[in-house]
Design a protein around this ligand. Structure first.
Ligand code: WQD
Length: 341
């Protein structure tokens, strides 16, 4: 069974991917410094997997400590790199920390993968690399427009670093997965999106407002050129997203030769407005949501959703779970958190 290092494996998408790796017969090894995740996630993973995944409390920027993980766990087949700072707004306040952490952690990982002969890399990228697309849906050949934030720049720069490193013959085979908007939680409600501080994203705001932990949702603008004036996004269930990582590793394992690079959109191919999401949450949960219309949020893209043909044909993957299932799973997770509080 192939061993895969999962950096940021205690995070929202990382933890769900650890489950799917285990189910697919891989051995996931978590490397996480818990700067934006909670050790309690390991209990949730053990409850789902029936075994506790190996986990190292290590910062990916710490070369010596990370090297020790590769040495102890070797041979390692590859890695999925989730560990990064990911708040768009925060990146505008702390650009240097974002460039240092997000770029250096990737470079350190790639250095160690080459050193220890672990060739297969899956990189957590983002639809933010597309900026505000002129044409929709966006596909992988759509132009990469100037990033709207330092966070978006780090994703573009990391993709370029991987592309160039593989193109000059370093023994790495890599895939960048461009996520759209991850939502939901594992149906067991044993893992989900942890609310560390004020949420950055819509769905945690919705579930916390529905739980009475926050005031009514503020909808950031309803004067956009969309069906009901609110922004459009492609909301993908985190379990579907996690499965795309397994498909990417299985594709890399089949690739001949010592180098490879490719990019795939990971979305549903459907767009929904903010108000449609609010209505879908009410339909999925029976919980009435209060909301107010506020001003636009700086940096918001008006509308974006994915063309997913390449992922279907190239990865053999497509999203199976609906928006309502994602919202229902997010709500069940929020209720579980309330019980534990
Ligand atoms: C979604 C929509 C808001 C909160 C995120 C991540 C980014 C990237 C892509 C990973 C927008 C609206 C939100 C609220 C609102 N993911 N909204 N009221 O901005 O698309 O980006 O996914 O790389 O890192 O940040 O997601 O959930 O913040 O916003 O009206 O209280 O909901 O305007 O239209 P976004 P989001």
């Amino acid at each position: 069974m192939d061993k895969i290092i999962v950096t940021g494996g205690a995070g929202f998408i990382g933890s769900h991917t650890v489950v799917e790796l285990h189910e697919a017969g891989f051995i996931p090894v978590i490397v996480d410094d818990f700067s934006n995740s909670d050790r309690k996630v390991l209990d949730g993973l053990e409850a789902i997997m029936g075994t506790r995944p190996a986990c190292y409390d290590v910062d990916c920027n710490d070369y010596a400590a990370f090297d020790e993980v590769f040495r102890k766990e070797g041979p390692v087949k590859g890695a999925i790199h989730f560990a990064a700072f990911k708040a768009v707004g925060e990146s505008v306040q702390k650009p240097i920390q974002y460039f240092r952490n997000n770029l250096n952690s990737l470079v350190t990982l790639m250095d160690l993968m080459v050193k220890h002969g672990a060739p297969d890399l899956v990189f957590s990228s983002s639809c933010t690399v597309y900026g505000q697309p002129e044409r929709l849906p966006v596909n992988e050949r759509s132009p990469i427009l100037p990033a709207q934030s330092p966070y978006g720049s780090t994703k573009q720069l990391c993709e370029e670093i991987i592309k160039q490193t593989t193109s000059v013959g370093q023994p790495l085979k890599a895939i960048s997965l461009r996520y759209f908007n991850p939502i939901g939680a594992h149906p067991s409600a044993n893992i989900g999106e942890l609310p560390l501080g004020t949420p950055n994203n819509l769905i945690p705001f919705i579930t916390q407002s529905a739980a009475g932990l926050r005031p009514p949702i503020l909808v950031f603008g309803n004067d956009y050129n969309t069906p009901d004036g609110t922004c459009v996004r492609d909301y993908i269930h985190v379990v579907d997203l996690a499965k795309a990582h397994v498909k990417a590793l299985q594709l890399l394992d089949r690739v001949e030769g010592k180098t490879h690079y490719d990019v795939f959109n990971v979305g549903t191919g459907r767009g929904n407005t903010v108000l449609e999401v609010i209505k879908a949450f009410e339909a999925a949960t029976g919980v009435k949501l209060e909301y107010k219309i506020g001003p636009r949020r700086a940096g918001d893209v008006e509308k974006i959703y994915a063309e997913v043909d390449k992922s279907r044909d190239g990865l053999g993957w497509k999203a199976e779970l609906s928006l309502e299932q994602g919202l229902g799973d997010a709500w069940r997770w929020q209720q579980k958190l309330l019980q534990k509080a």
